[in-house]
Write a protein that binds this ligand. Structure first.
Ligand SMILES: Nc1nc2c(ncn2[C@@H]2O[C@H](COP(=O)(O)OP(=O)(O)O)[C@@H](O)[C@H]2O)c(=O)[nH]1
Ligand SMILES: [Mg+2]
Length: 326
């Protein structure tokens, strides 16, 4: 028997639609490689998406995000819902071969047909990591997963962008993650929808929770008050409570109309983001490949042409954008 199977758009679409793990895995690999076939598959399936609830799980390294996701998957499976997990944490990919202690909770789910777990590499995507992650999310959605969890390390621009595609944002902290507290306080970090203070077995956990509570209290006119839940992910403590809060947020999103508003905003941001990245790529390549345009840059360097005149000329030639001034 041949191990390889030649997928076509039709077999991929049908496979993803039926929830076939191999088709889903293949489709996501194609997305990661920027293969046009992947975009055709997403294009075919897109109308069937929008059913899944997506949860972004963010926070500093080591707070217990992966462990907590494992515990949440366990909990959700008991409720007979299906789950897709996407990890965009390059430092701790979920691999089926991993034997490290903190991955055991997830590896127990690798054989469960109701769970699909996937790491996303941060290889060069024009539209950034969020582009590939969104495509993967859409395919898991089309594959019928009820819940999609996305793990990101809460630092850096690309992680912020990735978190920008989900419905509900869960921030995970632990006693001692003072940087995140500062970031929340300074307004650098968007207020998440739900906060878990993990490692509640640590003596300083309650103090930490109180500190977060006092920061959130400053923000009185927010309609949705982000709940704070103490958890011990490694033992599953507080996980049912955390899930109840995530569910409350989802219900709030639906009843308030916020879900539609948020998705519209997220998708528009994504479309503009990817379009901007593509336009930039086109600009760079066109200028590099065109001696006349390159000469404009030389002329700027030689002080024969001012920078904005060069801009005007380049935009006109590359994008047919007419000069602004009459
Ligand atoms: N004491 C304690 N350790 C935990 C808890 N949750 C996770 N850990 C441990 O913290 C470490 C980091 O966990 P991990 O899930 O990989 O964190 P991530 O980097 O945020 O994904 C691992 O050694 C976990 O076993 C907890 O509730 N209590
Ligand atoms: Mg992790």
């Amino acid at each position: 028997m041949s191990g390889r199977r030649d997928w076509t758009k039709e077999t991929l679409v049908a496979g993803v639609r039926s929830g076939d793990k191999r088709a889903l895995a293949r489709a996501i690999t194609l997305v990661e490689n920027g293969d046009p076939l992947a975009y055709a598959v997403v294009g075919d399936l897109y109308r069937e998406t929008g059913r899944a609830h997506s949860l972004g799980v963010t926070g500093p390294p080591g707070v217990g995000k992966s462990t907590l996701i494992g515990a949440l998957v366990h909990h959700v499976r008991k409720l007979e819902e299906t789950v897709g997990v996407i990890s965009v944490d390059p430092s701790s990919p979920f691999t089926s071969g991993a034997l490290l202690g903190d991955r055991i909770r997830l590896t127990e789910h690798f054989l469960d047909p109701g769970v699909f777990i996937r790491s996303m590499g941060s290889r060069g995507h024009l539209g950034g990591l969020s582009e590939a992650t969104l495509q993967a999310l859409l395919m898991m959605d089309a594959a019928g997963k009820d819940r999609i969890f996305i793990e990101t390390v809460g630092a850096g621009q690309s992680e912020v962008e990735v978190i920008g595609i989900v419905d509900t944002v869960l921030l995970v902290l632990m006693p001692g993650s003072g940087d995140s507290i500062q970031a929340l306080k300074a307004g650098i970090m968007e207020i998440p929808d739900v906060i878990a203070v993990n490692k509640m077995d640590h003596p300083a956990a309650k103090t930490m929770a109180n500190e977060v509570r006092s920061i959130l209290a400053l923000d009185r006119d927010r309609e949705w008050k982000p709940p704070i839940v103490l958890t011990e992910a490694a033992r599953g403590e507080g996980v049912a409570d955390l899930w109840a809060k995530i569910e409350q947020h989802r219900a709030y999103l639906e009843s308030s109309g916020e879900l539609e508003r948020r998705r519209r905003e997220n998708l528009a941001r994504e479309v503009f983001g990817v379009a901007t990245a593509r336009a930039k790529e086109h600009l760079v390549q066109t200028v590099q490949g065109n001696p006349d345009l390159r000469r404009l840059l030389d002329a700027v360097q030689a002080r024969e042409l001012d920078p904005l005149s060069a801009v005007r000329e380049i935009l006109e030639q590359v994008f047919h954008i007419p000069p602004r001034d009459a």
